[in-house]
Structures are given as structure tokens and as C-alpha cells.
Design a protein around this ligand. Structure first.
Ligand SMILES: Cc1ncc(COP(=O)(O)O)c(C=O)c1O
Length: 420
């Protein structure tokens, strides 16, 4: 299958042939997008032809309701859907295909986890988060804490943009029931030592939840090696379709969670006054799923594995280092997060002391450079940094140093626009 995808063109070892990688993404050869410098992959990645075709092929040839029809087409569709689940399990080294729950997104996964754990919590219990969480791994816990009178605690972010792990043993107590942390900050770019935190948190008996939304597809990720109980990510951030996410957990941990959404498919028996649940993972998969997206997603995983996660990490580290070097040479630009590219993933947030990030992004867009501006769904972190917003350049496997050069040129243009 891989040679069919044209992936054998990538030499190994060595740097990915970036020209060839970009060729796999139709948007970059779309006549209207010739000038596009896409630096917003942390919001959502562009889609390779392999994924677009896989989803279209499914609708053309195999579309039917999964797990419901007693006819050949539905059986085939179900088989592809379950094969895709097993493929995701292998990709993240989950203990079993049943460890993989299809959900809508990282956001849905974390809401499912928070609500699923509620019945095991009591007032006064503590949830430990970090100060660098995305709202998706913050607001569901705030909602739960309000509802159940839980106490939220936070691992602080240092001036250098790391987590202050010297606080961990103080912040963890015998009341800590859940530790929910990001693997890679979507604002600071910081790579969090999740395995180390998971190890310590487990000594306190806490359930450990990892938000891997920004890590997946950007670096090797091994669920069992991390040692967490649950992990969440979205397909759309790693070259797959939107509307598809994953909650990963050992089947015995998933068993402990109450289902969050009720409806068809997640039940064992239903009466007028009671219901029992299907085994995991179906217990969490109420309603008709996004089978087209699920079945197309393995094509993105094929691409990632063909290029190689280690090589992708090296490529994005190189881009981060190059971006930091270029931005640091601009006097009015301030960078958020660690200045050492070894400590960060493929994204760099920054601001210009004299230009509001929204104005900056609008001016960069005039030069075809697409960056994100705003609080990036991390208002408390921005508030802590004394900011309301920042600009963010984020990378994918198709990003090149030329893209960074275009960003720097556009920043000069923005500066000259405001000083003329
Ligand atoms: C760190 C982090 N967590 C969670 C999310 C939420 O992902 P989604 O919108 O796909 O649910 C994002 C999205 O930007 C993110 O960056």
C-alpha cells in the first residue's frame, strides 16, 4: 500500500525530501493558493491527497452505517472501521484495539473523561493541572470542580516557559484524584516530560490524563511508555480529517469511566426505566460515528510512519531553532516559551511590542503568511504572562525554511507599515 502512496520517494536515513512531502498536499499546488505560506498547523494541519482520496473512496465504494446493518456493505464498512481502530492502537502503542475510543475531538475526549470520572470523586478532592493548559483541558475540569466542589491546583510555569516540577511533590497530595496535563503547550511550545510526571502522580494514586493534541504526529508517542491512564488527541491536527478524535486508555481504566453520552450503539439493554452499557469501547460511542473520517485516518498514519516520527521531530526542531534565531534578531519581537529548540515542538508564539497581534496577523496575511493571533484558547496563561494575545507560527511536515523566511520578511513589512 505504501508504494502506491508514492511514499517510497523518501530516503531513509536523512532529512525528508520536503519538496516531495509538500507535493502530497494538494492545497500547495492549488492555483489560488500558490502564494500560501501556511504557518497555522497547530490549529489544524493541511490534508494529504492520500487522506482526501481515502475518505472520498470510502463514500464512493463502501459507505454504510457501521455496526448496524445485517448486509454485506455494512459488514465491509464495519470491518474497515475496526481495522482503522486497530491501526490507531498500533500507532500509539495502546494495549489493545479496545483501548481506542472514537470521539469527535480532543475536546470531546477530555469532557468524556472528566464526566466519566465524576462518580469516583467527592467534594474536596483535588485535580492537578498545569498553568499552560488549553481551554480543552481546563474548562471541563473547571465545570466539574464547580459542580462537585473539587479543588483545582496548578503546576506553575517558570519565566523560561518550563513547568516548575520542583513543586510537584507539594502539589500532589493524598486528595489528588486526577492529574491532567498537556504533552506540548500550544502557546509556549514547551515539551512536557509527561512520563516523569505520570510516574510521580501514579505514586499518589492519581488518574493521569494526557492532552496529546499538539504532540501527536510531531514526535514519537508511545502510550504505554508514557505510563498515563488516558490520552486524548484529534485527527485533524495530524493530517487526518476533522470531526474525529480519540480517547485512549487501557480497557480496565475505560471500564471505570461512566459513559458521558447516551444513545444508540452504547447500550447493552434498555428498558423504559433503566439501561445497561455495552462493553468498552462501544460504551462511549453513542450515535452514528464519523466512519468516513475514521476509515481515512490510517492513510495519515501511513504517511507519518513513512516519513518517520523521529525525522519529523528533527525537522520541526530545526524549524523552531531557525525561527527563534530569526525572531531574536528583530528588536521589537518578544518570544514566548523556551529559547532552546530541544525543549520545544514545532511552534513559536511571539508578539511585537508596538503592534497588536491581530493587526500583525492581518498584515502578515497581506503577504500570504497565515499565522494565528489571539489567546489560542489559553486565556489564563496569557493573563499570567501579562498579555491578552500573541501571534503564533506553527509547523507541519510540509513547512520549510523558506516559509520562515517569508514570515520574517512579512514581519519587516508590518513594522515598516506602522513606522512610515
Ligand atoms: C493543546 C491542545 N489541546 C486541545 C486542543 C483542542 O483540540 P480540538 O479543538 O481538536 O478538540 C487543542 C487545539 O488547539 C490544543 O492545542
Amino acid at each position: 500500500m505504501k508504494s502506491e502512496l508514492g511514499l517510497s520517494a523518501f530516503p531513509s536515513p536523512g532529512r525528508p525530501d520536503l519538496g516531495r512531502v509538500r507535493d502530497l498536499f494538494p492545497i500547495f499546488s492549488e492555483p489560488r493558493r500558490k502564494k500560501l505560506v501556511y504557518l497555522d498547523s497547530a490549529s489544524t494541519s493541511q490534508k494529504p491527497r492520500l487522506v482526501i482520496d481515502a475518505e472520498a473512496d470510502y463514500y464512493r465504494t463502501t459507505n454504510a452505517s457501521v455496526h448496524r446493518g445485517n448486509y454485506e456493505l455494512s459488514a465491509e464498512s464495519t470491518q474497515l472501521y475496526e481495522q482503522a481502530r486497530a491501526r490507531v492502537a498500533a500507532f500509539v502503542n495502546a494495549p489493545a484495539p479496545e483501548s481506542v475510543v472514537y470521539v469527535r475531538s480532543t475536546t470531546t475526549a477530555i469532557n468524556t473523561i472528566a464526566n466519566g470520572l465524576a462518580h469516583r470523586l467527592k467534594p474536596g478532592d483535588e485535580i492537578l493541572l498545569t498553568e499552560m493548559e488549553h481551554h480543552a483541558n481546563l474548562v471541563p475540569w473547571i465545570m466539574l470542580a464547580k459542580r462537585m466542589r473539587l479543588s483545582l491546583r496548578y503546576i506553575p510555569v517558570t519565566e523560561a516557559g518550563d513547568l516548575d516540577l520542583s513543586m510537584l511533590n507539594t502539589l500532589l497530595t493524598r486528595k489528588t484524584r486526577v492529574v491532567a496535563i498537556t504533552h506540548l503547550s500550544n502557546v509556549l511550545g514547551t515539551i512536557v516530560p509527561v512520563a516523569e510526571i505520570a510516574r510521580t502522580a501514579k505514586q499518589f494514586g492519581a488518574v493521569v490524563v494526557i492532552d496529546a493534541a499538539q504532540a501527536i504526529g510531531h514526535m514519537p508517542l508511545d502510550f504505554q511508555a508514557i505510563g498515563a491512564d488516558l490520552l486524548a488527541f484529534s485527527a485533524h491536527k495530524c493530517y487526518g480529517p476533522p470531526g474525529l478524535g480519540f480517547m485512549i486508555g487501557a480497557p480496565e481504566i475505560l471500564d471505570l469511566l461512566e459513559p458521558f453520552e447516551g444513545g444508540g450503539q452504547m447500550i447493552h439493554k434498555v428498558f423504559y426505566d433503566d439501561a445497561t452499557w455495552a462493553p468498552v469501547p462501544q460504551k462511549f460511542e453513542a450515535g452514528t460515528p464519523n466512519s468516513g473520517a475514521a476509515i481515512a485516518f490510517p492513510a495519515a498514519l501511513d504517511l507519518l510512519e513513512a516519513v518517520g516520527l523521529e525525522r519529523i521531530r528533527a525537522h520541526e526542531r530545526d524549524l523552531a531553532g531557525y525561527t527563534l534565531e530569526k525572531l531574536r534578531a528583530l528588536p521589537s519581537i518578544k518570544i514566548l516559551g523556551p529559547l532552546d529548540p530541544d525543549k520545544r515542538g514545532g511552534l513559536v508564539s511571539f508578539y511585537d511590542e508596538h503592534i497588536h497581534p491581530h493587526d500583525l496577523a492581518t498584515l502578515l496575511d497581506e503577504r500570504g503568511v497565515a499565522v494565528r493571533a489571539g489567546h489560542h484558547c489559553a486565556q489564563p496563561l496569557h493573563r499570567k504572562l501579562g498579555l491578552t494575545a500573541s501571534a503564533r507560527a506553527s509547523f507541519g511536515i510540509y513547512t520549510t525554511r523558506d516559509d520562515i523566511d517569508a514570515l520574517i520578511d512579512a514581519l519587516h513589512f508590518a513594522r515598516s507599515y506602522f513606522t512610515r
